[in-house]
Design a protein around this ligand. Sequence first.
Ligand SMILES: *[C@@H]1O[C@H](CO)[C@@H](O)[C@H](O)[C@H]1NC(C)=O
Ligand SMILES: *[C@@H]1O[C@H](CO)[C@@H](O)[C@H](O)[C@H]1NC(C)=O
Ligand SMILES: [Zn+2]
Length: 325
Amino acid sequence: MQVVAATIFVFALLQELTHGEEFGYDGSIGPEYWGERYRECAGKHQSPININVLRVKQVTLPDLVLVGFDDSIDDVHVTNNGHTVLIEVKNEPHPRVRGGPLDGDYVFSQMHFHWGDNDTFGSEDKINHRSFPMELHMVFFKEEYGSAVEAVKHSDGLTVLAFFYELDRHQHPAYDEITLALVNVTEPHTSVVMSHPFSFLNILPYDLKRYFTYKGSLTTPPCSEVVLWLDFEQPIRLTHEQIEAFREIRSSHGKITHNFRPIQPIGDRVVYYNIDNNYYVYNEIEEHEETTTLRPSRRKKGNDAHSLVPTVYTISFTLMMLFSL
Ligand SMILES: *[C@@H]1O[C@H](CO)[C@@H](O)[C@H](O)[C@H]1NC(C)=O
Ligand SMILES: *[C@@H]1O[C@H](CO)[C@@H](O)[C@H](O)[C@H]1NC(C)=O
Ligand SMILES: [Zn+2]
């Protein structure tokens, strides 16, 4: 009896260890070879892709509803799984998302990061062939499938909210907790619990209305084509040092200096670009905008600092609605 139990345990351990590292980003286990072992990695609707902004189809979808994103979550686990840094939450109920292009409710499963050797590469999707130094993937499974493992068997099983990072001179305070935890998970298959509560909204960009959306796949084996991607246009801004902290993470082959898959053919797919007609992007404000008179033509283009105000109202209104749920 004990021998059987021990054998099962060793087998499970071996499976766990090898499963964690049967793919990588270089050499004979690199992305070019994933298709040999994992059929779907050679599929026609793979991710990541390059998004050509001139080819997107502009749409105005229903509002995205982000439930529990401003909750203060206190049981947050940060794990090095040998490929990336995973953030998981144990509190119930998990945050969830619905609305936008989604049919039904999607429940949070985990979030993780992709980065590159230096700040010129690292994101998986690209915008007009531009790479960003890092990308965040928040993975959600369709509630009716009950778990991420089951959801991967269905073509509408998962949605991933993807966010790009770009460099800033100022530290992003909400990321200090994450980079502090990274120091304790540099070795593969290690995990820590974050020492302070954590809120999803704090680590996301301000503008959650403008995003690209398309049907694709997991960007790691088994590359299942079950993901509706939402790539938010506004990047999250971190310092070079905050991004550098991720490059200290190790797999059994040494430091994970990069873990992004190269772009895949877009094929017959259409990328939709969601914009809210009443909404304007603040970073289009020009320098001489400080003058008090605004030319009507500028107003029409929406480059008006005052247009931020309705946005704030919209967001807090959405949050108020969430509280009442
Ligand atoms: C960044 O990394 C790429 C890929 O390794 C390399 O080709 C490039 O020279 C590096 N750029 C800088 C500025 O170090
Ligand atoms: C990381 O480890 C240090 C020293 O072992 C400990 O003081 C610190 O609280 C840990 N940080 C986290 C986030 O667990
Ligand atoms: Zn990912």
